[in-house]
Design a protein around this ligand. Sequence first.
Ligand code: PA5
Length: 327
Amino acid sequence: MPYGYEEWPKLSLESFKLGRELNLRSIKVGSINYDFEPSNIVITGMGGSGIVGDIVRDSLWGHNIIIHKDFNIPKWVDSRSLVVAVSYSGETLETICGALDALRRGVPVVGVTTGGRLASELEGRGAPVVKVPKAIAPRFGLPNLLYAVLGLLSHYLTIPEIDESISVQGDALRSELPGRLASFLKGYVPMIFAPIGLQAVAYRFKNDLNENSKTPAVVAIVPEADHNDIVAVMLKHPVKYIIIRGRTDDVHDYLMRAVEEVVKNYSSDVEVVELKGSSRLSQEVYGSMLLGLVSVKLAELYGIDPVRTDPINTLKEKIRGINCPSN
Ligand code: PA5
């Protein structure tokens, strides 16, 4: 299978080790001390790197984990925070600016990247960096980035069900759903319903559809979607519905069944994707792999190259020379 999906289990283990092996608590950068209990963890990054933060936030639900997808980090972030700056290439300006802004303000920062400017800027200031293995494109390096971040955070938090999250990857690889779902979606705009506690799967699927399949997609997160998105089912649009069903808590599980019933009352173009695994981490990793496979199969059906993302390259080129925001 191309695009490296079959390597995910091995890369997950290796990358967790890489993150874990960096003895963060022994690090000091000037007056910034990494041996502390962070009152919050801010995970920065864009696109295929940014989704790592969403998965970590859902997986470690209940902890104070904030996702930041922009340049300079919010004003309230201070030396009691830990900033984890994730950029596959290390060349993403938003992430570089955020990391440097944080260090300047005395906030502990750790980078997760394959190298690039992020690595050299951080290392040049003595700040820690985990260098992960390369992949065919940033989003295909999800296990490399995600498990390195989990390894790092394991110095501060307990990470549940790491082993299970790796073993469910085999189930996703063996599933026949991707081929069927790709044929179902061809020629339509996917509308993806998911519960809030597993929202990263829906956003990851949307991003993979955008980038790999060059397809627009709508994400509808329950319960908020019960108050707006759901009304769109009343008209016939060129849309196919995907319901992501997992396990979070009784109320949200019940709400997702209710949404499924309502959508099916209006449309027969509905597919339900059942996530495997007992923890949120396992379910999100399983869903990310399974639905990633759908996106590359859909690209095959369209006869396009999943790896090419020309407009992203054009936009990155356009902003390359600009300065970080000054505040
Ligand atoms: O998957 C992709 O190619 C993009 O979404 C990138 O991840 C995004 O542009 C950010 O780049 P990087 O991951 O190198 O920081």
